[in-house]
Design a protein around this ligand. Structure first.
Ligand SMILES: CC(C)(COP(=O)(O)OP(=O)(O)OC[C@H]1O[C@@H](n2cnc3c(N)ncnc32)[C@H](O)[C@@H]1OP(=O)(O)O)[C@@H](O)C(=O)NCCC(=O)NCCS
Length: 406
């Protein structure tokens, strides 16, 4: 049953579950009218390609709620308008580690994630956003989630104030979203490195072996890797190393190596930067024309970001050895060239604020930003043992950003 909140004698706001048969058009209209964050002094918008639950449907459990303004006009002729929505999903992730028989093991928690909260421009500051959050949190708690978190652009004042104020979240982690345009020319990949595409089982073994104790590592990593949006896991190895499967690699790895996976957001949603002047658009177009005509000059150029564009998300970056960051950079070049073939506008990755890789991965500052992750404990009676209250823990060197939620 929808929950009602009286606004005036004839208007109420009802919160109910999203119905794909009747709501998708209206939801997309609200979505298209909401800026999701600034890029320099411009605004970023999302296009969901007709599927409003595209950003949550790959998670193990998910829900989308809509806020509907219901006006009975006082004369029995009811008008309904969708004015806001929220998506949420739940999964199990690593929140810390414990030691057992001289091994470091992950400690898991059931974690909920809020994303895609939008309220139409004309209905803001009426309490609709906070109502959507609290209804979503009821669903999280009812499904056993121990914590809820959200990611928002640090510069998004309304969102930061909503969550850290009324909704009771605390600032938790501040990873960096690094964004790089896809040029019309290919990037150079070092010929001292071999790049191997791993089988799903090799990728899973490697990730579980090396990353399961990393904060936010999803326990269902196999489902992530098996998803059709996952374009593959790639391992950069020294040229002379002969790849013979993950067992051999894990027992006797080369001194330097790096790994990375690629997620195809291009088929799920598009982004668009709005608010640019004609001059700026013209300049961007010119850089592109020159880059396309003379690729051997390797000139940096701006793709068409002023009309809807897609992206690939690079996740699960990691590795080992003194030259590890150089190997990671080769993977980045490889991923850029793959994104070029797939006609993406940009490639993006998200790394912990403490991650040394942050300095090595090429990105454009003007397109990149700090992501603010805020967290809330949904109850006080959890037995998270050695980890205690996760909200109070120190950040590690890296985090595992789940591509399903980017
Ligand atoms: C963020 C957003 C969802 C807030 O929705 P809303 O319905 O206006 O929020 P509420 O009315 O429930 O606001 C609750 C509290 O949040 C804070 N808040 C909301 N908007 C704010 C703003 N523009 N500036 C400062 N504080 C704000 C206030 O403390 C407010 O309480 P108050 O009105 O009593 O002062 C809405 O602004 C929006 O859709 N923005 C664009 C999309 C977006 O950024 N989504 C968040 C991504 S995670």
């Amino acid at each position: 049953m929808p929950e009602n909140d009286s606004r005036s004698s004839s208007e109420v706001v009802a919160i109910r579950q999203y119905n794909p048969k009747t709501d998708s058009k209206q939801v997309e209209q609200v979505e298209n009218s909401c800026e999701v964050g600034p890029i320099a002094e411009l605004s970023l918008y999302t296009h969901l390609l007709g599927d409003p639950i595209c950003r949550i449907r790959n998670s193990p459990a998910y829900l989308m709620l809509v806020a509907e303004m219901v006006d009975d006009g006082g004369a029995g002729e009811e008008k309904r308008e969708i004015v806001g929505m929220i998506r949420g999903c739940i999964k199990t992730v690593t929140c810390g580690t414990k030691y057992s028989r001289s091994k470091t093991l992950p400690v898991y928690t059931k974690l909920a994630y809020i994303l895609g909260l939008r309220v139409s421009l004309f209905h803001r500051r009426m309490g609709i956003g906070s109502k959507l959050v609290s209804r979503m949190e009821e669903w999280f708690a009812g499904n056993g989630a121990e914590y809820s978190y959200i990611a928002t652009d640090d510069a998004n004042g309304a969102s930061v104030s909503l969550f850290t104020g009324k909704c009771g979240y605390t600032k938790f982690r501040t990873p960096s979203v690094l964004v790089h345009p896809v040029f019309a020319h290919r990037l150079h990949v070092s010929n001292r490195v071999t790049i191997v595409k791993l089988t799903l089982s090799d990728a899973e073994s490697l990730y579980r072996h090396h990353f399961s104790t990393t904060e936010f590592f999803p326990r269902d990593i196999d489902a992530v890797l098996n998803n059709q949006l996952n374009l593959g896991t790639f391992l950069a190895l020294p040229k002379q190393y002969i790849w013979a499967g993950s067992d051999k690699f894990l027992s006797d790895p080369p001194e330097n190596w790096a790994v990375m996976s690629v997620w195809n957001c291009n088929d799920v949603f598009k982004l668009e930067v709005k608010g640019a002047s004609k001059l700026r658009k013209g300049f961007a177009r010119t850089t592109r024309v020159v880059d396309r005509a003379l690729p051997f000059l390797r000139l940096p150029s701006l793709p068409k970001i002023f009309s809807p564009f897609g992206l690939h998300f690079l996740y699960g970056f990691g590795g080992s050895g003194p030259l590890y960051t150089r190997f990671a950079k080769s993977l980045f070049g490889f991923a850029h060239n793959l994104a070029k073939e797939c006609k993406c506008g940009v490639i993006a990755t998200e790394l912990s604020s403490e991650d040394p890789l942050k300095l090595a991965i090429p990105h454009w500052k003007v397109l990149s930003f700090t992501d603010l992750w805020c967290i809330k404990r949904l109850g006080e009676d959890y037995s998270d043992g050695s980890v205690g209250d996760w909200r109070k823990s120190q950040p590690g060197l890296s985090i595992f950003v789940d591509p399903r939620e980017f």
